[in-house]
Design a protein around this ligand. Structure first.
Ligand code: HEM
Length: 147
């Protein structure tokens, strides 16, 4: 069971983090250069079909992996310097990602034009950085970098 959870978690990570790196490093610079909101919306509508399920898989498998590792849920939020604090950090990263995503989806994307592309870029770039932090914190469960 653990193997399957870890496999799904890592597959989801490749899609979520990989997709955001392609978006930030390849798609976004071209979109900003050409001021082409349509190009960004096209990528977005294709990517979100697997990006959102991937994030859901991350949350579900992540919580199951965390439960297995630290069964006492109160410790997830204790930031006590042990491995359990990594779970708290991951949940904080998830919260910040959700705030950026909801703001982009409700406030920026419905009125996307060449005038507010930069505002969207200021959402895409932090979410991409956070997606990489998810991986770094994830690897830290084994390496002990952050506890
Ligand atoms: C997009 C979001 C996420 C990404 C990209 C991500 C990525 C990763 C990666 C790369 C690992 C390393 C796996 C390994 O050691 O082989 C990992 C481990 C882990 N992640 Fe995530 N993660 C995400 C979200 C979450 C969430 C929301 C939780 C829940 C709190 C979570 C909990 C865990 C746990 C507990 C492990 C350790 C698994 C183990 O080695 O036993 N992750 N994650």
């Amino acid at each position: 069971m653990f193997d399957i959870l870890l496999l799904l978690h890592l597959l989801g990570a490749t899609i979520w983090t990989g997709g955001h790196l392609v978006l930030s490093l390849v798609v976004l610079p071209g979109v900003l250069r050409r001021r082409s909101a349509g190009e960004l919306l096209r990528f977005e509508s294709g990517y979100e079909k697997i990006g959102i399920p991937a994030l859901l898989v991350q949350v579900i498998t992540g919580i199951m992996l965390a439960w297995r590792m630290v069964p006492d849920v109160a410790r997830w939020f204790s930031f006590d310097g042990s491995v359990s604090q990594l779970v708290g950090i991951k949940l904080l990263l998830l919260l910040v990602t959700a705030v950026f995503a909801v703001d982009a989806r409700l406030r920026i994307i419905p009125n996307l034009s060449e005038n507010n592309l930069v505002a969207l870029a200021w959402h895409v770039i932090p979410v991409t950085i956070i997606s990489v932090l998810f991986v770094i914190v994830g690897v830290s469960f084994r390496t002990g970098w952050f506890y």
